[in-house]
Design a protein around this ligand. Structure first.
Ligand code: NAP
Length: 279
């Protein structure tokens, strides 16, 4: 492993969001740069002004950025180009600076698919996406594109139906989810974070042996859903898998190099452990 000193040739990357103090992206991407001996650093830029962030990318030659809440939609009109996936999802989480021209991409769908493929085929499988927010949209589009038979389950009927229609999926209100049978289930709601106690995003009766259950919540690492799923004989995928693999896709877009995903996973797990996993 070659660790580069910061010098006049060091290139800069970062995350734009508000807030970003708890972001795991700097630990993850800096570990990847270090592992491959790439002379770059990645910083967290907490800013409420996404227009100024985009201008700074051009002015300072920031090579690439992650974009997080609340800027994923607001950044879109500020970019020269938006790739097909980000356009269809309706949000950008990654910017690539090509000589002053900013290209927007969305790596969340790819991250979710790579995480799921570590455990299961997707084509022809029945998949339930719980939630209908921004993350659900990326996951549902990804699953449909990969040939999954998708049902969106959501608390609010209007939002759930709108997503299902946009993606070409079925819809079932959360209140009527009992009895739904599926092979893959993904929680994209925040239920599982500490503030929700041990609440589950779906009734435990939905969790059947052999199912693949992925939670995209990763603080805590072992959510009540993953614990209940493991206890009922499901195969489980933690939220850090999607997080690392969406980051791996970002890294590939920025550097053109294969991402060292094991090292990125270790860095994320170490950062979570350092903060007691509660995030
Ligand atoms: P969002 O746009 O606010 O959507 C949240 C969804 O959760 C909505 O569909 C909402 O239902 C539902 N929901 C919220 N509280 C609920 C409750 N008490 N009961 C039932 N449903 C509830 O949020 P988002 O941006 O999609 O993010 C969702 C979660 O994913 C966050 O925890 C975020 O940190 C995480 N995330 C993880 C990754 C990763 O890489 N692992 C990537 C992106 C996001 P209604 O429509 O009824 O309000």
């Amino acid at each position: 492993m070659t660790v580069h000193p910061i010098d006049a040739a060091t290139t800069l990357y970062g995350v734009f969001g508000d807030p970003v103090a708890h972001s795991l992206s700097p630990a993850m991407h800096n570990a990847a740069f270090e592992a491959l001996g790439i002379n770059s650093v990645y910083l967290a830029f907490g800013s409420a002004d996404i227009g100024a962030c985009a201008a700074a990318m051009r002015a300072l030659g920031i090579r690439g950025a992650s974009v997080t809440i609340p800027h994923k939609v607001a950044i879109m009109p500020l970019l020269e180009e938006i790739d097909e996936t980000a356009r269809r999802i309706g949000a950008v989480n990654t910017v690539v600076n090509r000589g002053g021209r900013l290209l927007g991409a969305n790596t969340d769908a790819e991250g979710a698919l790579r995480a799921l493929r570590s455990q299961t085929e997707i084509a022809g499988r029945t998949a339930v996406v719980v939630g209908a927010g921004g993350a659900a949209r990326a996951v549902a589009f990804g699953l449909k594109d990969a040939g999954g038979r998708v049902t969106v389950v959501n608390r609010s009927v209007a939002r759930g139906e709108a997503l299902a229609q946009r993606v070409g999926a079925d819809f079932r209100p959360l209140a009527e989810a009992v009895g739904l049978v599926c092979e893959i289930l993904i929680n994209t709601t925040p239920i599982g974070m500490a503030r929700f106690g041990d609440a589950l995003p779906v009734p435990a009766a939905l969790l059947q042996p052999g199912m693949v259950v992925m939670d995209i919540v990763y603080t805590p690492l072992k959510t009540p859903l993953l614990a209940a799923a493991a206890a009922r004989g499901c195969r489980t995928i933690p939220g850090t898998a999607m997080f690392v693999l969406q980051g791996a896709r970002q890294f590939e877009l920025w550097t053109g190099r294969a991402a060292p995903t094991d090292i990125m996973t270790d860095a994320v797990n170490a950062a979570l452990a350092a903060r007691g996993g509660a995030g």
